[in-house]
Design a protein around this ligand. Structure first.
Ligand code: UD1
Ligand code: UDP
Length: 357
């Protein structure tokens, strides 16, 4: 069996790392194809370094562009690599343009596609991620749903139940595998932090809208002032660009730093009193780590976090963000983790091996 792992962005590197480690551990013939969708050192290579992953065998270096440009360049490059390497499976993870291109290129070449983190739905077709995940799910031959709810989303859309497997989310594997590497580090003294909240904001619908971006930054300031904590915000390059263009100057209680490596970010999450985010992966990690979360969006494809009591949807209205932050601060964790037991990657490999028998 030969497996191609196609990835291209920060969350895919993190969520595929347990799968890559499992492929290596079992001695399965595999290679990593990086599209180059993310390329800045702190959005890309730093993750290979701290997660101790070998550099990708192929890197298409497509870089940034419009959705069509990015996806088109990836399709051309992925097809060439797959034609040469002829894997039995292509694994893609999540909902980025890389996933769309990887799944489409492979299925047209009659190579089986396994979609890791299948079946998530926000119900919001204005999000590029919703389009990508729906297309990827419907062209895949194996669907690895993280939860029962994501499996039900697939079945409701008429997917053949025999190709769906509930595996848990590989983010649990990643959190558990990597937390053990950070014991002994004291992030508060490293970053001279007292009590703090952690924020991330990067989603297209939030940062590309000057109105929403301004409301979010004002909301973070309000939360910081009213609840008496500094807000640490590692700024995604897309958001950095939009904040600079907008001329908005966040107040001094918002500490804007560059994106950090995964181990540092895990520590920042674990030690935070509260997390405010529009990230998918960060909503999951907050829930897994028992840290209350406020989501700066109008919807989420991770309803399990809300049902667990770990997360509230605040949207972008500053007063609503403050109300949700105050409410979540009263919750002290203790909820069950709905995303699995940290053995998702092994289940995914078991399924690939079974299909080959
Ligand atoms: C992409 C995904 C999004 C995911 C996010 C993870 C799509 C449609 N979106 O969004 O689902 O949540 O990655 O972080 O696939 N940039 C850099 N350096 C980089 C990467 C990006 O400076 O290494 C800047 C560029 O100005 C670029 C912008 O960020 O134009 C957006 O990058 P892009 O990959 O298109 O989308 P993301 O917002 O990162
Ligand atoms: N992350 C990180 N450093 C940072 C910010 C985030 O390592 O400075 C990690 C975080 O732990 C999570 C992933 O990046 O695993 C989430 O990526 P992102 O928010 O970019 O994308 P999304 O999950 O929304 O697709």
């Amino acid at each position: 069996m030969k497996v191609a792992v196609v990835l291209g962005t920060r969350p895919e590197i993190i969520k595929m790392s347990p799968v890559i480690r499992a492929l290596e551990g079992r001695g399965v013939d595999h290679f990593v194809l990086h599209t180059g969708q993310h390329y800045s050192h702190n959005m890309d290579r730093v993750f290979f370094e701290v997660l101790k992953l070998n550099p990708p065998k192929y890197n298409l270096n497509v870089g940034s562009g419009t959705h069509g440009e990015e996806t088109g360049k990836m399709l051309i490059g992925i097809e060439k690599v797959l034609a040469e390497a002829r894997p039995d499976y292509v694994l893609v993870e999540g909902d980025t343009n890389t996933v769309l291109a990887g799944a489409l290129a492979a299925v047209k070449m009659h190579i089986s596609v396994g979609h890791v983190e299948a079946g998530l739905r926000s119900g919001d077709m204005s999000m590029p991620e919703e389009i990508n995940r729906i297309v990827a799910d419907h062209v895949s031959q194996l669907l690895f749903a993280p939860t029962e709810a994501s499996m039900q989303n697939l079945l409701r859309e008429g997917v053949d139940p025999s190709i769906v497997l509930v595996t848990g989310n590989t983010i649990v594997d990643a959190v558990l595998q990597n937390l053990s590497l950070v014991e002994g580090r004291d992030i508060r003294s490293e970053l001279h932090l007292d009590k703090y909240f952690l924020a991330t904001v990067h989603r297209q619908e939030n940062v590309d809208s000057p109105e929403r971006l301004e409301r979010i930054l004002r909301g973070l300031e309000l939360v910081s002032e009213e609840l008496g904590r500094e807000v640490v915000y590692p700024v995604h390059p897309r958001a950095r660009k939009r904040i600079c263009e907008s001329g908005i100057l966040p107040g001094a209680s918002i500490r804007m730093i560059d994106p950090v490596d995964y181990l540092t970010f895990l520590l920042l999450e674990r030690e935070a009193d509260l997390i405010l985010t529009d990230s998918g992966g960060v909503q999951e990690e907050a829930c897994i780590l028992g840290v209350p979360c406020v989501t700066l969006r109008d919807n989420t494809e991770r309803p399990e976090t809300i049902e667990a009591g770990a997360n509230m949807l605040a949207g972008t209205n500053p007063m609503r963000v403050l109300a949700c932050a105050s409410e979540m601060l009263r919750r002290k964790g203790g909820w069950a983790n709905p995303f699995g037991d940290g053995r998702s990657a092994l289940r995914i490999l078991d399924a690939l091996e079974r299909k080959r028998e």
